[in-house]
Ligand binder design. Structure first.
Ligand code: NAP
Length: 546
C-alpha cells in the first residue's frame, strides 16, 4: 500500500483530470456545495491542450463552437483570434476559465493518480496518487479525456538512438528547433498532418513515414471574421441549442437530408465543392449516406482523392498519398498545406506499409528497403483511445471486480457514464457515448451536467449510493453496436475500433447515434427516476434494513 493514514483526506467528490471536463465539474460541484479535489498530472490546467504542444497543433472545430457555453459572460467576453484556434490559444482560454472561476485552488497539480478502490463497507472511494498520498470521497469522477494515453511503437533499437525523439502528446514546453536537422515523422493521422508542413519549413530534410494514407480536407483557417463573431455572439443561446440538438454537436453543420445517389452528378459535385471550399471536416455530411452506403461513400471518396491529387506534383508521390479505404471510416483530417509539403525538395514520403520500420540505430531508421539517417524522430502515432487512460489506473472494488477485469474483452458502460460493478464512479464521455465523434466540448458539458444533476438529486433525497445495472448496460451496449453496425465505420481498422493498439479487443467504442439523440435519451433516463441505475443509501446497497 502506497499511502499512509495521516495524510488521508476526505472529500465529497474526487475528480481526475483538469481539462475541459475536470474544470467544469469542479465549477458545478462547488456551486452545489460539495467538497471537491481535482488531480492533474500536468503542472497546469488544460488536459489535451496542455500536453499536445507540437508545432501546428490546432482544433478542427470552429473556435466559437469549441468553447464552454455554461457562462454567458465568459462566451461574450472571450475573443478568439482565429476561426480555428491553435493549441496556445485554447490553453490560454482554459487558463482564463480556471482563473475567472477561481478553480485552481482545488486542483492538485503534478499529481498522477495510480489507484482507486471502492470500499463497500465505508461506501467511499480511496484514491492513491503516484507520490503516495491518499484521498477519500463518496464519489469519484474520471475526467481523463479520450485521447491521452500515448501509443509509442515498440521499435527494436530505439534505446540506442542518439538524437531526440518525441511523442506529439508529450511535447516539451520550450519550442524545439529543427533547423538544419534531418527529421523523421512516423504517423500521418490528424496530428502528423498538422505537424509535417510546420516541421518541413525548418528541417534540413524531413522523412514522413506513412503506413496509411489519409483523407484531408483543407481547413481554410484564418483570422476570426468580425461579422461572424458579432452574429454568433448576438444569438449565442440559439447557436448553442442547435449544437446540443445536432448529430455532431456543431451548429454550423446543416443536417443532410439527401442521399448522394438521389441527386444529379452536377448537383453532387456542387455540394461537395461547397464543403471543400468552406473547409474542415464537414464534407462527409454533404449527404446523409456517405458513412452508410458503399456506393455513396465511393463517390465522396473519389471526389476528395481527385482534389488531393491536384495539389501533389509528382504522380508517384500522389499515388502513395492516395487513401485506399472508404472516406470517413477513419477520422477525417483537416490540413493546412499538408499535400503542398510533399512538393518541397526537402520532404520525402516513405511507404512503411510496403516496407515497415524494422529497427532504429544511433542515427537512423531502418525499413526493409532502406536506412534513413535522422537526427530527430517524432512519433505522431496516436493514442490508446477512450479506454487506455482509464485502464492505466488500477480501478476496482475492495475484494471485488476491477475495471481491468470488467473490460478484459472490451469496454462495457452504461451511457458512457458508469460501469456496472463499480458504484459511485462516473466517467465523462466514456465508451458508448458520442465523445470523439462529436464536438467534444458539447459532449463534456452534457455529461458533466447530467452527473452533477444526478448527484444533486441524490443529495436532496438523502441517497449516497449509485450503480449502473448490468442489464441496462447490456441493452445500451447492444444499441451502440447495432447503430455502429449500420455504418461503414464499424468495419474499418481505426482507433474507433481499437485496431491501432496491438492486442486491444476489437469493437466500435463510441456511440454513433448523435449528440442530440443521446442527450434526449440521457434526459429521459433521468426523468424516469434514473432508469437503469440503482439509487439507494449505502445501507440499502449492502442489504441491511434501512
Ligand atoms: P491517429 O489518428 O491514431 O494516427 C496515428 C498515425 O500513426 C496513423 O497514421 C497510424 O497509421 C500511424 N501509426 C500508429 N502506430 C504506428 C506504428 N507502429 N508504425 C507506423 N505507423 C504507426 O493519431 P493522431 O493523429 O494523434 O490523432 C488522434 C485523434 O486525435 C484524431 O483522430 C483526432 O480525433 C484527434 N486530433 C484532432 C486534431 C484536430 O482537431 N485537428 C488534431 C490532432 C488530433 P495507421 O493508420 O496505419 O494505424
Amino acid at each position: 500500500m502506497m499511502s499512509v493514514e495521516n495524510n488521508d483526506q476526505h472529500y465529497d467528490v474526487l475528480v481526475v483530470g483538469a481539462g475541459f471536463a475536470g474544470l467544469y465539474l469542479l465549477h458545478r460541484l462547488r456551486a452545489q456545495g460539495m467538497r471537491v479535489k481535482v488531480f492533474e498530472a500536468g503542472d497546469d490546467v488544460g488536459g489535451t491542450w496542455y500536453w499536445n504542444r507540437y508545432p501546428g497543433a490546432r482544433c478542427d472545430v470552429e473556435s466559437l463552437e469549441y468553447s464552454f457555453s455554461f457562462s454567458e459572460e465568459l462566451q461574450q467576453e472571450w475573443k478568439w483570434s482565429e476561426r480555428y484556434a491553435g493549441q496556445p490559444e485554447i490553453l490560454r482560454y482554459l487558463q482564463h476559465v480556471a482563473d475567472r472561476f477561481d478553480l485552481r485552488r482545488d486542483v492538485l497539480f503534478n499529481t498522477r493518480v495510480a489507484r482507486a478502490r471502492f470500499s463497500p463497507a465505508r461506501n467511499e472511494w480511496t484514491v492513491n496518487t503516484e507520490a503516495g498520498e491518499q484521498y477519500r470521497a463518496r464519489y469519484c469522477v474520471m475526467a481523463t479525456g479520450n485521447l491521452s494515453k500515448a501509443s509509442v511503437p515498440d521499435i527494436p533499437g530505439i534505446e540506442s538512438f542518439k538524437g531526440r525523439w518525441f511523442h506529439t502528446s508529450a511535447w516539451p514546453k520550450e519550442p524545439v528547433d529543427f533547423t538544419g536537422l534531418r527529421v523523421g515523422v512516423v504517423g500521418t493521422g490528424s496530428t502528423g498532418i498538422q505537424l509535417v508542413p510546420r516541421v518541413a519549413e525548418q528541417a534540413r530534410h524531413l522523412y514522413v513515414f506513412q503506413r496509411t494514407a489519409n483523407y484531408c480536407i483543407p481547413l481554410r483557417n484564418g483570422p476570426q471574421d468580425a461579422g461572424i463573431e458579432r452574429d454568433v455572439k448576438g444569438r449565442y443561446a440559439a447557436v448553442r441549442k442547435q449544437a446540443r440538438e445536432s448529430p455532431s454537436g456543431v451548429a454550423g453543420f446543416n443536417v443532410p437530408t439527401q442521399s448522394v445517389l438521389e441527386v444529379r452528378p452536377e448537383e453532387r459535385e456542387a455540394a461537395f465543392e461547397r464543403r471543400w471550399n468552406w473547409g474542415g471536416i464537414g464534407l462527409t455530411r454533404a449527404f446523409n449516406d456517405v458513412l452508410f452506403n458503399e456506393e455513396s461513400n465511393r463517390i465522396a471518396s473519389e471526389y476528395v482523392k481527385r482534389k488531393m491529387r491536384e495539389v501533389v506534383k509528382d504522380p508517384k508521390v500522389a499515388d502513395a498519398l492516395t487513401p485506399t479505404y472508404p472516406i470517413g471510416t477513419k477520422r477525417l483530417c483537416a490540413d493546412t498545406g499538408y499535400f503542398q509539403a510533399f512538393n518541397r525538395d526537402n520532404v520525402t514520403l516513405v511507404d512503411i506499409r510496403r516496407s515497415p520500420i524494422r529497427a532504429m540505430g544511433p542515427h537512423s531508421v531502418e525499413t526493409g528497403e532502406a536506412t534513413y539517417e535522422v537526427d530527430a524522430l517524432i512519433f505522431a502515432t496516436g493514442f490508446d483511445a477512450m479506454t487506455g487512460t482509464l485502464l492505466a489506473i488500477d480501478i476496482g472494488v475492495e475484494n471485488g471486480p476491477t475495471l481491468r477485469s470488467l473490460w478484459a474483452d472490451g469496454p462495457h458502460a452504461y451511457l458512457g457514464l458508469m460501469v456496472a460493478g463499480l458504484p459511485n464512479l462516473f466517467m465523462v464521455t466514456g465508451p458508448g457515448s458520442p465523445s470523439v465523434l462529436s464536438n467534444v466540448v458539447v459532449s463534456i458539458e452534457q455529461h458533466v451536467e447530467w452527473i452533477t444533476n444526478c448527484l444533486a438529486h441524490m443529495q436532496e433525497r438523502g441517497l449516497d449510493h449509485i450503480e449502473a445495472l448490468a442489464d441496462a448496460q447490456q441493452t445500451w451496449g447492444d444499441h451502440v453496436n447495432e447503430v455502429a453496425g449500420r455504418s461503414l465505420l464499424a468495419k474499418a481498422s481505426s482507433w474507433y475500433t481499437g485496431a491501432n493498439i496491438p492486442g486491444k479487443p476489437r469493437g466500435f467504442i463510441p456511440y454513433m447515434g448523435g449528440v442530440g439523440a443521446f442527450r434526449a435519451h440521457c434526459d429521459e433516463v433521468a426523468r424516469n427516476g434514473y432508469q437503469g441505475f440503482a439509487l439507494s443509501t449505502a445501507r440499502q446497497a449492502q442489504g441491511s434494513p434501512a
